[in-house]
Design a protein around this ligand. Structure first.
Ligand code: NAD
Length: 833
């Protein structure tokens, strides 16, 4: 029978164990979470009359972890309810629970003896065949299972999640020579499809791939900082986004990770490696040791390389001056070459400008980059099956934009190697072979595939993970078949129609994809006209439509606010009215199209972005989708059909079929066919969501808020989202798609509106909302209760759309709403006026 993971036992309820359990719960997998029993009740427990026999005391660590899961920021959980899938317990009373698990994952303290001892105890309860794995950061996997039976070791491997597990893409999977080989592809599939991770298979060597190379890079940065006499602020300016690294650069990252954790990983490598030069590289500099001794470990102790200080200006961030060990105001790095590099158009030019710069920053960046590239190349065959795994590990585990071998290609392999040779560096055989083979780069981009330089004979496992060898040294980069690249399709000439802000692309199997790529992914004329074009084109020549984007990290920030404001300030009311009509119309024509349309949002999806989702028959959201109708924040109400749709979604389905008449825009009052249930709470809820501009922290929460339906689907792996959406389109088409029937709902009328207005009045009197908030709220209430119609009147969508548009137009004309729009555009946050 096919293997499946339906229930998990997580051993260790610390930072990682609890968050691994949380992520399993996010994707619907229940788990038990066990930890040690405390030695004695603490003061608080004693006061409450609890003893060491009380389950509350015995399960204290797991129970505490569950509580923290709801408080941690960024949140490890998609919504608070998922925590209910985690059953707390302890190793002494509940270890037998592991017998029910399909996978047991251990995340207790990084100590070999403790891990070995626990695994021996687990084996007494283990159900033969169950997968067993450790989340160690770097201890030998073989050693951890060293005291277990061969049968147990056959099912044992490393599964190394990165912190925080919900958000970090990398999952390192580390088989030992004794591991059942079939577990590796199984875990790759489980990790990618179910948990949404990027899986990299590693060899069982100290700290595996990402921490080995990443920590080496950090150490080189620390050493070079001293060599070139740079400050903490200067190094962060040089090692951040300009180099394709995260904003947190070197020292903010260290403060987040914790200096002790980083030192632990470095020491672990230093002790485990035999090469004297490598040992030296992992030596912790004296100032870092000093900081660890003082307890300046970073964010968790309130200070590290940076510290929040109260000053006259409010809270300020100070930087540690390593010479005096005092915190001083941040001093911005002033390097002409850095400023020049920042404005260059692409990563290649930026990197080249920095690395080959002749000034001090140039020499610093060159030194660090050179060391990391040489290290990655010299260790590649020892730690990985191929260079692709190393590049992916660094991108997914350390958030680098380019892995070391991709970086090498960007700065030019021949050019940089010449300089390295001139500086007396030993060039690793892998690089010598590459150049001797006549290759100029580690990767070769072809129209439909990418090739990479294989590790060849030094590859202990014999060959690449992907397709077979092609020619001397080259192999095909293995790509997940569920990853559709719009950039690649465009390069292959699959564009049906293109405008600067949006394109329609043929994504195969007779499915078209409308991609947003306007500035900031805002909805303007291009997107609106492309929606209309797609609604006409798709029914003629395609089986269905997907609406998404791969051009940015967010789906859509809403309508083009700047354009709207400009028109309003020029009193161009007719133009605004037309724009709103066209946007409302675009969502409507997509809905009414005779072919299925699936919208695939991700990241920030607000305002008009949500309204585009409402136009689809189905949404295929990325798990990390932050949805909200936030128009109130800019002094407006949703005007592209969002208000109408929230109302219809709140009330649809409450009417018996007989009451759903077609025909006139405004139907008669509900007669005996109408339900007797109270509709007010349903409308109140939708009203509150819009009036408070609630934004979800995940796609799951968007379902709870009513922005997504329970039938909408979620892709945990963002790389699979477009493929998933396409499958949904094809499935709907195969099942015989028919467009949704026109809907009608009964309105609440004046009495219902009075209830909403009373709520607003109370909020204003208690100081929660401003006069203008109340004014906007009243407009929203008017639309959501059906305007001036008597309670129970049946209305169709166009009727509410017209009310919505009128309210939108009246609000955009007010100076206070315009001030809110202006503030958002200039300051990037809402103004409460
Ligand atoms: P943690 O200190 O937060 O949690 C460790 C847990 O182990 C605690 O809940 C503790 O009660 C338990 N424990 C302590 N002594 C024990 C004993 N004698 N027997 C059994 N359990 C005991 O640590 P963490 O950061 O969650 O790390 C757990 C594992 O994950 C380690 O192997 C670590 O190297 C690895 N890891 C950590 C990170 C990270 O960023 N923190 C990232 C990846 C992997």
């Amino acid at each position: 029978m096919a293997r499946a993971i339906r229930k998990v036992a997580v051993l260790g309820a610390g930072l990682m164990g609890s968050q691994i359990a949380a992520h399993l719960a996010n994707v619907g997998i229940p788990s038990v979470l066990l930890d040690v029993v405390p030695k004695e009740p603490n003061e608080d427990e004693k006061k409450r009359g609890l003893t060491l026999e009380s389950p509350e005391v015995r399960n204290r660590f797991a129970l505490g972890a569950l509580k923290r899961l709801k408080e941690l920021k960024p949140s490890p959980i998609y919504n608070p309810e998922v925590v209910g899938l985690i059953q707390p317990g302890n190793f002494e009373d509940n270890l037998a629970w592991v017998a029910d698990a399909d996978w047991i994952v251990e995340a207790v303290v990084e100590n070999l003896a403790i891990k070995q001892d626990l695994w021996q105890k687990v084996e007494a309860h283990w159900k033969p065949g169950c997968i067993v794995s450790t989340n160690t950061s770097g201890i030998s996997i073989t050693a951890i299972a060293g005291k277990n039976s061969p049968e147990f070791r056959y099912h044992f491997l490393g599964t190394h999640f990165f912190n925080p597990p919900r958000y970090m893409k990398l999952l390192e999977v580390i088989p030992t020579p004794e591991t059942d080989p079939s577990l590796v592809p199984f875990f790759r599939e489980f990790g990618e499809r179910v948990l949404g991770k990027g899986v990299v298979v590693c060899k069982d060597t100290p700290n595996f791939i990402a921490n080995r190379v990443g920590t080496y890079g950090l150490m080189m940065t620390l050493h070079a900082m001293t060599e070139f006499g740079l400050t903490v602020d200067e190094v962060d300016a040089l090692t951040g986004p300009v180099m394709g690294r995260p904003k947190s650069a070197t020292f903010r990252t260290l403060d987040i990770v914790g200096l002790d954790t980083m030192a632990h990983v470095a020491n672990n490598t230093r002790e485990a490696v035999s090469d004297a030069g490598e040992k030296k590289a992992f030596e912790i500099p004296p100032y870092l040791q000093d900081m660890i001794q003082r307890g300046w470990l970073g964010d968790k102790t309130g200070q590290g390389f940076f510290k929040k200080v109260r000053s006259e200006a409010g809270k300020e961030i100070f930087t540690l001056d390593l010479a005096s060990m005092e915190y001083k105001p941040r001093a911005k790095a002033k390097f002409a070459s850095l400023e020049a590099a920042k404005v260059l158009p692409d990563a290649k030019q930026k990197l080249r400008a920095l690395v080959y710069g002749q000034d001090k920053p140039g020499q610093f960046v060159w030194t660090v980059t050179k060391k990391v590239l040489l290290y990655a190349a010299s260790r590649a065959a020892e730690i990985a099956d191929d260079i692709v795994s190393i590049d992916r590990a660094m991108k997914w585990g350390f958030n680098w934009d380019h892995g070391p071998f991709e970086t090498w290609d960007l700065i030019g392999v021949r050019k940089s190697v010449e300089r390295m040779r001139a500086e007396g560096e030993v060039i690793p055989p892998l690089v010598e072979e590459l150049l001797a083979g006549g290759h100029d780069s580690f990767y070769v981009q072809e129209p439909t595939r990418t090739l990479y330089f294989s590790l060849g004979s030094r590859d202990a496992r014999g060959g690449a993970v992907g397709g077979g060898r092609l020619e001397a040294g080259l192999a095909e980069v293995p790509e997940d078949a569920r990853k559709i690249s719009l950039a690649q399709l465009k390069a292959q000439g699959k564009v049906i129609k293109a405008k600067p802000g949006a394109s329609l692309i043929d994504i195969g199997d007779d499915v078209a994809c409308l991609e947003f790529h306007s500035p900031k992914q805002a909805i303007g004329a291009d997107i609106i006209s492309m929606l209309h074009y797609a609604a006409a084109e798709v029914p003629k020549n395609y089986r269905g439509l997907v609406i998404t984007s791969q051009a940015a990290s967010n789906f859509c920030v809403g309508a083009n606010l700047a354009m709207m404001l400009m028109e309003a300030q020029d009193d161009n009311w007719d133009d605004i009215d037309l724009m709103v009509r066209q946007f409302q119309g675009a969502a409507q024509v997509v809905r009414q199209m005779s072919r299925p349309a699936v919208v695939a949002p991700f990241g920030i999806t607000v305002g008009g972005g949500v309204e585009v989702c409402f136009g689809g028959d189905r949404v295929q959201a990325a798990a990390e989708t932050y949805m909200g109708l936030v128009e109130v924040g800019v002094g407006l109400i949703p005007g592209g059909g969002g208000t109408k749709e929230m109302l219809f979604r709140a009330l649809e389905g409450v009417l018996p079929q007989g009451a759903l008449g077609g025909g006139s825009a405004v139907g008669g009052a509900m007669g005996s066919a109408g339900p007797s249930m109270d509709l007010q709470p349903l409308v109140n809820r939708a009203f509150e969501t819009v009036a408070m501009a609630k934004v979800s922290t995940s796609a799951r929460e968007a379902q709870a808020l009513g922005y997504l339906r329970s039938t909408d689907q979620i892709s945990v792996n963002a790389d699979h989202q477009l493929w998933d959406a396409k499958q949904t389109v094809l499935a709907m088409d195969r099942l015989g798609y028919t467009p949704p029937r026109p809907r009608q709902i009964p309105v609440l009328g004046a009495a219902g509106r009075a209830v909403l207005e009373l709520g607003l009045y109370n909020m204003k009197n208690s100081g929660y909302i401003s006069d203008h908030d109340e004014f906007i709220g009243k407009k929203l209430a008017f639309v959501m209760t059906g305007g001036n119609l008597p309670a129970g009147t049946l209305v169709d969508e166009q009727y509410i759309l017209d009310l919505e548009r009128e309210a939108f137009l009246s609000l955009i004309g007010t100076p206070k709403s315009q001030a809110r729009m202006q503030h958002m555009l200039t300051k990037g946050k809402p103004l409460r006026n």
